[in-house]
Design a protein around this ligand. Structure first.
Ligand SMILES: [Zn+2]
Ligand SMILES: [Zn+2]
Length: 349
């Protein structure tokens, strides 16, 4: 027993490293995109099998959540298979007409290293009891041009429905950015935070729009009458700004939940390195110590100096023999996390 508990993380780590290597060797041009839909899927398991069979054949990578309430997908598709992929997706009765949000920029490496499709209770972890309110009573959509008006309107309040590590590197001018680390927390706190703005028009936004579907219905249920949300989120906003030549009122970077960890929307860097706390940076890293894996913002100098670890302690722990590593790490990890504003993060969109 003791043996397996010390070897499992290493085996995980090796397969992760292998997957990265495989993905890096696959240099085919790819398209990164995301899409979601709230739609009744009575049998998510068989739906998952249907997706997996086809998408594996196309060489798709990504992270996909399927639930009885719908689908939430972030994917990377080889460009050569794009026409087939698109045709197949649009041919599925659950997905016909589903809009895609195309990535603003592609990274050098694929944005995902494997294809993972998971059946979940919900497509976004929101901690809400959906039977307690009308989830279909969502707010009206805002276009990018309308969002720009909201940003400068004194009678409006713009609310960032994402977590603190996302809004730290980029957000709309004048937006309210709640200091939370999960969407569940955000939903709990927002009605209270907005109490003083009760008579204002409310505009919500998130990465790709999915969180605002639930959040707008939740706020309306909590007594806010004029709630709207940015259609397609920041990803679509960036496209509309470019295509329509609008003024960009989003400052900084859009955090995304794939290996790229961010897409540049504006040129400005609005955040600071967590390690030296002095250099401007908006590049996120996961600590090299796989047991820690903390998400942090690092400047080039610090990342080089600390060799990709979030701290000296993490670097030391990573050098220990595997047999002692886990015990020591468990002890230090608690200390490390207490000191950090950011918790270990899991994709949450
Ligand atoms: Zn630094
Ligand atoms: Zn660390």
């Amino acid at each position: 027993m003791a043996q397996s508990s010390t070897t499992t993380p290493l085996r995980d780590l090796r397969s992760r490293v292998q997957k990265r290597a495989d993905a890096a060797a696959d240099t085919r041009p790819r398209v990164t995109l995301s899409f979601y839909r709230y739609v009744q899927i009575p049998d998510p398991e068989s739906f998952k099998t249907r997706l997996l069979d086809k998408w594996q054949a196309f060489g798709c990578l990504g992270r996909v959540y399927v639930a009885q309430e719908g689908i939430n997908a972030q994917m990377s598709v080889p460009t050569e298979y794009w026409p087939e992929f698109d045709a197949w997706v649009q041919h599925q009765p659950e997905l016909t007409g589903i809009p895609y949000k195309m990535a603003v920029e592609e990274g050098e490496l694929p944005s995902f290293f494997k294809l993972m499709i998971k059946v979940k209770d919900k497509i976004v972890a929101d901690g809400l009891d959906d039977s307690s309110f009308d989830v279909t009573d969502t707010g009206a959509y805002l276009t990018a041009a309308q969002m720009n008006e909201y940003v400068t309107d004194p009678d409006a309040i713009v609310v960032d429905m994402r977590n603190n590590y996302e809004s730290e590197v980029g957000h709309f001018e004048s937006a309210l950015t709640p200091d939370v680390v999960t969407f569940k927390d955000e939903l709990q706190k927002t009605p209270e935070l907005l109490r003083v703005h009760k008579n204002k028009k409310i505009a919500l936004y998130c990465t790709g729009g999915i969180r605002c579907e639930k959040a707008s219905a939740w706020l309306k249920h909590n007594g806010f009458s004029d709630v709207r949300h940015l259609k397609g989120g920041i990803i679509d906003y960036a496209h509309q700004v470019k295509e329509q030549g609008l003024e960009n009122k989003f400052r900084g970077k859009n955090f995304v939940f794939d290996e790229r960890l961010g897409e540049r929307v504006g040129e400005e860097i609005i955040s600071t390195c967590h390690l030296c706390k002095s250099q401007k940076s908006d590049t996120h890293y996961h600590c090299q110590n796989q047991i820690c894996h903390t998400l942090f913002i690092g400047c080039a100098g610090c990342v080089e100096k600390k060799k990709g670890y979030c701290s000296f302690v993490c670097r030391q722990i990573d050098r220990l023999p595997a047999s002692t590593k886990k015990t020591v790490a468990r002890h230090y990890n608690l200390k490390i996390r207490k000191r950090r504003p950011f918790q270990k993060t899991r994709p949450q969109r």
